[in-house]
Design a protein around this ligand. Structure first.
Ligand code: SF4
Length: 361
């Protein structure tokens, strides 16, 4: 493992000092040692920027002030509070994790990163962040931002998400901590790494002049900031299609709760079909007087694929809505759509149709 040559003080200590001086302060999840609040913020901040997370975080804590409140809540209520943040597996895991903490740990968080990492939805970096912020454990983190900082500081070649490169980066993260003074402020150090990645060592145009790692950063010294980290190997993003039925009757819309696994798991959405033929067959079974009206297609991008949604509107005569006979199907009055946890693109689509539908979050 090659190390930077000149070392003007431990890199970890410089990051901690920089965080005190110039890092982000005053975010609602800072200044607490409550592992529940820290865990919640860490999960919400995965793949989502801090400014977006703030209102969700505040609302979530109003609804579920403790981990027991969260564990005891119905999954629907959790998904509804999450709706709009995306990556819904995070919300389902959050709920499962709260239940595991209630049932196996009496509602208390274990203090060690190794134990936290055994819980649903908590990966090694999130576990380390909780352990460092809440319990002061000297545990290294390696989220997306920190991967970029370390790949540049140590000039690590290769796609940082590839297993081999990730292993190297973890070793560097551990080595930085091992070389840090015993009195290192773990809160400032952990937060400082995140802040550096988010505000200074950004993906494009890093602000090296203000970076505490600049004196011995290999990427800066070799003028390779634009090359490092190596871009991810691009995979072709497949296009999938989904035919969405907007069945309406007396200003009520038919919604279905999606199975827990798969996209939008556990959320309420429009009935979806693989092709137009299947959608027409479903319309026929609803004994509508007229044919479904196709609307303009809408694309939604997921991590691994793009979904082209083909919405079709079907108006049923008054009194013709059949009983759903199923807890996971409901005719929902337009004014009550906001009470159902829906994926943002579906909420946007319905919001564009009804003036009195609650706005999508
Ligand atoms: S000196 Fe520049 S490239 Fe190196 S870690 Fe700091 S901001 Fe990133």
């Amino acid at each position: 493992m090659r190390r930077p040559t000149a070392t003007p003080g431990s890199a970890a200590a410089r990051i901690a000092a920089w965080q005190h001086r110039a890092g982000r302060h005053g975010l609602p999840w800072q200044g607490t040692r409550d592992p529940y609040r820290i865990w919640l913020s860490e999960i919400m901040l995965q793949q989502t920027q801090a400014a977006t997370v703030v209102p969700y975080y505040t609302r979530f804590l109003d609804l579920f002030p403790t981990v027991i409140d969260l564990a005891d809540a119905p999954q629907d209520a959790v998904l509804q509070a999450w709706a709009g943040l995306g990556y819904y597996a995070r919300a389902r895991n959050l709920h499962r994790c709260a239940q595991a903490l209630r049932d196996q740990f009496g509602g208390r968080f274990p203090a060690r990163a190794a134990e936290l990492a055994q819980l649903p939805g908590i990966g090694p970096s999130t576990a380390a962040a909780i352990a460092a912020f809440a319990f002061g454990e000297r545990a290294p983190i390696l989220d997306g931002n920190v991967r970029r900082v370390l790949a540049r500081y140590f000039a690590v070649e290769g796609d940082p998400t590839a297993a081999r490169t990730a292993r190297q980066l973890w070793e560097h993260a551990q080595a930085l901590l091992a070389a840090a003074p015993a009195e290192l402020d773990m809160t400032a150090y952990t937060q400082g790494q995140m802040d550096l990645g988010a505000t200074i060592c950004t993906r494009t145009r890093p602000d090296c002049a203000r970076c505490p790692l600049a004196p011995d950063c290999r990427a800066r010294i070799e003028n390779r900031q634009d090359e490092l980290p190596a871009p991810r190997a691009r995979r072709a993003q497949p296009l999938r299609h989904g035919w969405m039925l907007i069945a309406e009757c007396e200003r009520r819309v038919l919604l279905e709760r999606r199975p827990d696994s798969g996209i939008w798991g556990g959320l309420w959405a429009l009935p979806q079909f693989e092709d137009a033929l299947a959608l027409r067959a479903a319309c026929a079974s609803l004994s509508a007087a007229s044919a479904p009206q196709a609307m303009a297609a809408v694309d939604h991008v997921f991590t691994h694929f793009r979904l082209r949604m083909h919405p079709c509107r079907l108006q049923l005569p008054d009194g013709a809505a059949p009983a759903t006979g199923h807890a996971d199907r409901a005719w929902v009055p337009v004014g009550e759509l906001g009470a159902y946890g829906m994926p943002a693109p579906i909420a946007r689509l319905l919001g564009s149709l009804y003036d009195d539908a609650p706005p999508p979050r």
